[in-house]
Design a protein. Structure first.
Length: 149
């Protein structure tokens, strides 16, 4: 069954992230922490071990994307993959758990590429604009790639 209550709880923070990333190119830490905490609480309501698994997935994903952020910013003089994007991916992993991490990466990436192709946008792309709605979409979809949940 889709997690409509989870989506409703996450929705204000997703809007905040999208608006802030579009206007200021900043993903608010408080919105990321709130997203992660809602995900942890939601997972913990199912079972304590589920919450621990989500927490581990979030840690691994965050470390992975923070490393990418550091490497891309070093290569592009501070103009690469942002630290806010990295933290938001970690919060998304807290919400989705390890079973939907492939979708967490694939959906916003495909949306961003589609946007770039359709609009011929030139410039720095605020990636949080694609990550935040993707977290909401993932809550409404069953695991598509790993399907183990």
């Amino acid at each position: 069954m889709p997690n409509y209550i989870l989506v409703l709880a996450l929705l204000p923070f997703a809007f905040w992230i999208v608006i802030s990333d579009l206007k200021q190119r900043i993903i608010p830490n408080l919105a990321v922490v709130a997203t992660a905490m809602i995900g942890l609480l939601w997972a913990g309501m199912a079972e304590l071990t589920t919450a621990v698994v989500h927490l581990i997935a979030a840690g691994v994903v965050t470390v992975f994307f923070v490393t990418i952020s550091h490497l891309s910013n070093r290569q592009n003089s501070g103009g690469g993959f942002g630290m806010g994007d990295a933290k938001l991916f970690g919060a998304g992993a807290m919400v989705s758990g390890p079973w939907q991490v492939p979708e967490l990466i694939l959906i916003p990436s495909c949306l961003a590429v589609l946007f770039l192709v359709l609009t011929k946008y030139q410039g720095r792309l605020p990636f949080g604009v694609f990550i935040a709605p993707s977290i909401l979409m993932i809550c409404l979809l069953p695991p598509l790639i790993l399907g183990l949940h």
